[in-house]
Design a protein. Structure first.
Lengths: 170, 786
């Protein structure tokens, strides 16, 4: 679904960085104010969805650089690893460990829950975009709805769902 | 803690292995093998002396301490012996795999699975907490699944891996149930505490059920009849894996469990006779199957079954003598089986086939391999001066205290084993030169190191069995504490009129006879009982087929493929339950619940917005307008959240609504136009409106009932109070999500990831134009072309 609308494309170009920045801001402020990895991830995903609608899935994938599926994996790994940080401190898995320091006199706290939330953020973006991209690619692949319907019907008609007992004979 | 790292280090290195392999290429095997070597050295130099003097080491890392689940580890004679076997064999196997699978595209991944498997095995034998033991137990099942299915483009490999996973996984679940029963009864999951008073389990009213669960777990893992089917099939794995699974690991986990629980089962006759009967049956059956096989690896696989049956039989006898015999036999078996499997792999690798009928005269081409096979084979046959001889003598001695039928079964089994051993030793190496490849030569160093060292030790340990006195004594004491008594192993029996020695002589004599008559025996067995193991193998297939048939039938019944039907069924079932709950608990609202006094004007506005949206959606004439109308309902709900001060929820709801509209629009845009004629008929719409109406009313009633009770605010007050000091954050919702309930969130994002993979797979699935997977099931395939 490429709308090829100049207005949308120009607006998207202006909005996308703001939206992505907003999503990161929501992610990081989440611990003290409304926000967090889940909401931030959704905002980030809608930003990318907007870009996909404006420029098409191929361009969106190029701009993203990272496969959404990889992003899901990355997010899960980050979340799990953040849980392990507490272990050497003698605390339980996923217990919060905090580091406090000052930038320009402002107190900044970085903790393992923040890292965990970053993992959540990436999983949410990855999950949403994996679906949106896959749907878009179908739309690119098939010219009309009837092509898709015919192909699917053909698949279903010719596929006999194999049980593993079919392989037993070997 | 340090004991824990012997387990954790394996998992960490497993995760890194594929990356390391990218840089070190052919040297990876040698490099990675340093870890198991280090573990073995660490265990040996730090703990060997103290453990053999009867001490036990225990460490614990708190995990879910409130539930009694901790990462606690325990090292006594039994676990030290297993841990040493696992790490030492791991060392040889990893080096061997480097040579065997040289140049294989997925070798890095293979190392990962192998290390993961090794670490899980170490976890099983070192864990003191039963739940931790169970987790490692399941990890061995999972990692062995990956190892067996390594050549996943072969249908047979996939099937074997699935079978191993289903059977051992099923046993694992039984084991978990057993462990939970133990925990419920005794209030602890720690083996160290349970072993303080081993009789406690027998006083338990659920003891028979517990017994069944434990036996199921152990028998499936150690491949006792009728669960043995997965083990011979597991040789679909590349040979290094078979060598590892069969010699020191996987199947030995079941034996370890039986041995570990022996102290709790002292004097329980059912336990003893079940173990003895199944052990003897498994061994005898495997001995026949070994004689009817012509594939080297298959013969060895069945000989593993013989060993497992014998070990189960010995543990079942439950006397001091029997435990001693079991431990010695276990050690001897690991040594010769590891050597023989690796040597068989070398023959397959160099000569191109494992079929002994197609092999011959290799002695000139592969002299070192031959010597290794000879030494290990003598040990398997139970001939002096090999270590296996001592094991066999001791097991005969232990058996002679029990019923004659078990002695006869054991002698018959060993006759078969003796003949099979000599078949393995002689057939590939003597006679006319026969091979499937042209220029047969000796295997590379990496593939000779393991078999040669292990085979040599089969003989050397036979001459110096005294080296193991300490280890065997302490291992045996873990099973049945005998104070102050030390085991003294010696090669030759005290007198030659010893009944055990006479049994040995009978075994050797008859075994030699069977060996000379091998060809007719082989053909006779093959024609007489075409598929001797037809029973359980067929049962497994039938069970799997029927399961799938039922699943298909049930899916067709409930999920018609028509979304309207699916929704109708779902709503009817859910709301039937809710209405049942309403009437059962008498939640019908009374007049005073209808209280609208606290509502402001915007509440009513939102109410009518939602109502309007719903009506518009139902009466929409195009899909797009229906989605938009539903979106309006969703946004109104988000506004409700804002009104009632739940900004996080409102934000999430806004975003979800936006994305849902986008996603549905992407789907809808390619669907054919809404065909008004295909819309539900008037009667159908009437019926559906009743279902919808009843659903709405009942959910309203439930909500009113919930609100009419004062809310229990303990939890929210706790979180509000703890948010800043405990979670260091002011946003309670977020602190709960990422800190207090972090593990829940972890589960949720995992579910999200799985769901996304499912959606992705469904959307991307197209029937492949050309079959991508080769259904080749050729027995001696070109695994790891050098």
């Amino acid at each position: 679904m490429i709308l090829n609308s100049i207005i949308l494309q120009t607006a998207t170009r202006l909005l996308i960085s703001l939206l992505l920045l907003l999503s990161i801001w929501i992610l990081l402020r989440g611990h003290n104010l409304p926000g967090g990895g889940f909401i931030g991830g959704l905002v980030g995903a809608s930003a990318c969805a907007l870009y996909t609608i404006a420029y098409g899935v191929t361009k969106a994938k190029e701009a993203l650089r990272l496969e959404p599926r990889l992003m899901i994996g990355l997010g899960l790994v980050v979340a799990v690893l953040s849980g392990f940080i507490a272990l050497p401190f003698g605390d339980a898995f996923l217990a919060g460990e905090w580091l406090k320091f000052y930038i320009f006199g402002e107190e900044v706290k970085i903790g393992t829950p923040t890292i965990f939330d970053i993992g959540v953020y990436f999983v949410v973006i990855g999950v949403t975009l994996a679906m949106i991209f896959a749907l878009e690619e179908i739309n690119v692949e098939y010219e009309t709805a009837n092509d898709l319907a015919n192909d699917l019907a053909n698949d279903i008609a010719t596929t006999d769902i194999k049980t593993s007992s079919d392989e037993v004979t070997s | 803690m340090s004991l824990g790292w012997t387990v954790f280090s394996g998992f960490i290195l497993a995760a890194l292995a594929p990356f390391i392999h990218r840089f070190t290429k052919n040297a990876t095997g040698w490099l990675l093998s340093l870890l198991p070597l280090g573990i073995a050295g660490y265990l040996f130099f730090n703990f060997f002396d103290s453990v053999t003097q009867g001490k036990a080491i225990a460490t614990s890392i708190p995990y879910f301490s409130d539930l009694g689940v901790n990462l606690s580890f325990y090292l006594d004679g039994l676990s030290l012996m297993f841990a040493l076997l696992i790490s030492v064999f791991g060392f040889f196997i990893i080096i061997y795999a480097g040579g065997y699978l040289k140049g294989d595209a997925h070798l890095g991944r293979f190392y990962m699975y192998l290390l993961m498997f090794m670490a899980s095995m170490l976890g099983v034998v070192l864990a003191s907490n039963l739940i931790a033991l169970f987790i490692f137990w399941e990890l061995t099942s999972i990692s062995s699944f990956f190892l067996i299915s390594y050549k996943h483009n072969y249908a047979s490999a996939r099937k074997s891996a699935q079978q191993a996973l289903v059977i051992t996984g099923l046993g694992g679940l039984a084991l978990l149930a057993g462990f939970i029963l133990i925990g419920l009864q005794t209030g602890t999951y720690e083996l160290t505490e349970l072993l303080q008073s081993p009789e406690v389990l027998q006083e338990f009213s659920f003891f028979p059920i517990l017994l069944i669960f434990l036996l199921l777990g152990a028998f499936t893992k150690s491949a006792q009849w009728p669960f043995h089917v997965w083990l011979p099939n597991a040789m679909e794995a590349p040979t290094p894996v078979s060598a590892y699974l069969h010699s020191a690991t996987m199947v030995k986990a079941g034996i370890y469990l039986l041995a570990r629980f022996s102290p709790f089962m002292e004097g329980v006759e059912v336990w003893q006779y079940v173990l003895m009967s199944f052990g003897a049956l498994t061994a005898l059956m495997a001995s026949l199957l070994a004689l009817k096989s012509s594939d080297l690896k298959q013969i060895l696989a069945y000989s593993t079954l013989i060993a497992l049956g014998t070990l189960t039989l010995l543990i079942g006898i439950g006397t001091e003598k029997a435990f001693k015999a079991a431990m010695v036999f276990l050690l001897a078996h690991s040594l010769y089986k590891g050597a023989l499997f690796m040597a068989a792999g070398a023959i397959d690798h160099e000569a191109g086939t494992r079929d002994i009928r197609k092999l011959g005269g290799l002695i000139g081409k592969m002299p070192i391999t031959f010597l290794a096979v000879l030494a290990a084979g003598i040990s398997m046959a139970g001939l002096p001066p090999a270590f296996g001889f001592i094991g066999k003598e001791l097991s005969y001695k232990a058996l002679l205290t029990k019923e004659m039928v078990f002695v006869i079964a054991a002698v018959l089994t060993n006759i078969g084993l003796f003949a099979a051993s000599w078949v393995v030793i002689t057939k590939p190496f003597f006679g006319k030169l026969k091979a499937a490849k042209d220029h047969v030569h000796e295997a590379p160093v990496s593939m000779l190191l393991g078999p040669v060292i292990l085979a040599t030790s089969c003989i050397v340990f036979g001459f110096f069995p005294g080296w193991f006195d300490g280890l065997i004594t302490s291992a045996q004491n873990s099973l049945l504490p005998v104070d102050g008594k030390k085991v003294h192993l010696h090669l030759l029996p005290e007198t030659f009129s010893d009944p055990a020695f006479i049994l040995s002589a009978i075994t050797v004599g008859s075994g030699a006879l069977v060996f000379f008559l091998w060809r007719p025996v082989f053909e006779g067995l093959n024609s007489l009982v075409p598929r001797l193991d037809i029973g359980p193998a067929k049962w497994y297939d039938w069970a799997l087929q029927d399961l799938q048939r039922v699943a298909k039938w049930q899916t067709k019944l409930i999920q018609t493929g028509n979304l309207r039907n699916d929704l109708r069924y779902t709503f009817i079932v859910v709301f039937a339950l809710i209405i049942y709950a309403i009437f059962r608990n008498n939640l019908i609202p009374t007049a005073d619940t209808w209280n609208f006094s606290g509502l402001a004007i915007y509440d009513f506005i939102l109410f009518f917005l939602m109502l309007g949206g719903a009506f518009a959606a139902v009466n929409a004439r195009t899909r797009l307008s229906a989605i938009t109308a539903l979106g309006a309902v969703g946004f109104s709900v988000a506004l409700v959240f804002i009104v009632y001060a739940a900004p996080d929820l409102a934000l999430t709801q806004f975003m979800i609504e936006t994305l849902v509209v986008i996603i549905i629009a992407l789907v809808v845009i390619r669907l054919p136009a809404f065909n008004l004629e295909e819309r539900s008929t008037q009667t159908e719409r009437f019926r559906d409106s009743i279902i919808a109406g009843v659903s709405g009313v009942s959910i309203t009633v439930i909500m009113l009932a919930v609100l009419s009770n004062p809310l229990n605010t303990n939890l929210s007050e706790y979180f509000a109070a703890q948010s800043v000091p405990g979670g260091k954050g002011h946003n309670i919702v977020n602190v709960i999500l990422v800190d207090f309930r972090g593990i829940d969130t972890m589960g949720e994002i995992s579910v999200l990831a799985v769901a996304a993979m499912g959606v992705y797979a469904l959307l991307k699935y197209r029937k492949p134009k050309e079959p991508e997977l080769t259904e080749d099931t050729n027995e001696s395939n070109g695994e790891g072309q050098a």
